[in-house]
Design a protein around this ligand. Structure first.
Ligand SMILES: Cc1cc2nc3c(=O)[nH]c(=O)nc-3n(C[C@H](O)[C@H](O)[C@H](O)COP(=O)(O)O)c2cc1C
Length: 200
């Protein structure tokens, strides 16, 4: 698929079939995350991939609202939980070439551990489209984060960003969620050439 087409077609999908994914497709999508950029090449990320029916079924206790709202999300063959490791960044930037030996979090007004893992997440969302699939990213509420970590043995230093569902989209998949009620903001509104508002 043309890259421009991948970008155009990427939408959050909330209606899936239960058609399984080939193992190579799963591996390809996961591998795309590793091609994301990362600050200082820290790569302070990890990805929990849930492919077996048992592993996936145990996940829904932490985000019951999603299958309640969109029942076929329960059928998706792949759930990925992207994880960010702040300490990996603090340690990487304490190395000689960066020199932030104080490991101060104040140096990070935009926390790169979340940015990088978010970029890796987008890589997987786009790869899913390229494979003819649909995907949904959604959040996990704060009170359920520890439960997810315990259930799957995720080390303390890794913070889940949310979850990605990946599978075949149902034929009649309509646009749902916030995008169904809000318009995409236009280039005139959000892009500022040269000076905010275009004036000087
Ligand atoms: C960081 C982030 C968190 C999101 N969380 C949720 C969520 O919890 N539930 C949900 O249904 N959609 C969630 N979405 C999807 C957005 O609603 C969706 O991307 C937006 O409405 C634009 O629609 P589109 O992605 O189909 O273009 C999230 C998206 C992002 C980037």
């Amino acid at each position: 698929m043309e890259f421009s087409e991948v970008i155009r077609r990427r939408r959050m999908v909330r209606h899936f079939t239960d058609q399984p994914l080939a193992g190579e497709v799963v591996e390809k999508i996961l591998a795309s995350a590793l091609r994301a950029p990362s600050a200082g090449f820290s790569q302070g990320w990890a990805f929990l991939a849930l492919t077996s029916a048992q592993d996936r079924a145990r996940f829904w206790q932490f985000t019951p609202d999603v299958p309640e709202a969109w029942p076929t999300t329960r059928d998706v063959p792949l759930i990925v939980i992207p994880l960010a490791n702040k300490q990996a960044y603090l340690d990487r930037y304490a190395e000689d070439d960066k020199g932030w030996e104080d490991r101060a979090e104040a140096r990070w007004p935009a926390p790169y551990w979340f940015i990088d893992t978010g970029m890796a997440t987008l890589m997987m969302l786009l790869s899913a489209v390229d494979e003819g699939l649909g995907a949904l990213f959604f959040g996990i509420t704060p009170e359920n984060l520890d439960g997810v970590k315990q259930e799957y043995g995720i080390p303390a230093e890794y913070a889940p960003l949310g979850a990605i569902l990946i599978g075949y989209r149902a034929e009649d998949a309509p646009v749902l969620g916030s995008a169904a009620t809000r318009a995409r903001r236009g280039a005139d509104e959000v892009i500022h050439h040269g000076h905010w508002g275009g004036k000087k």
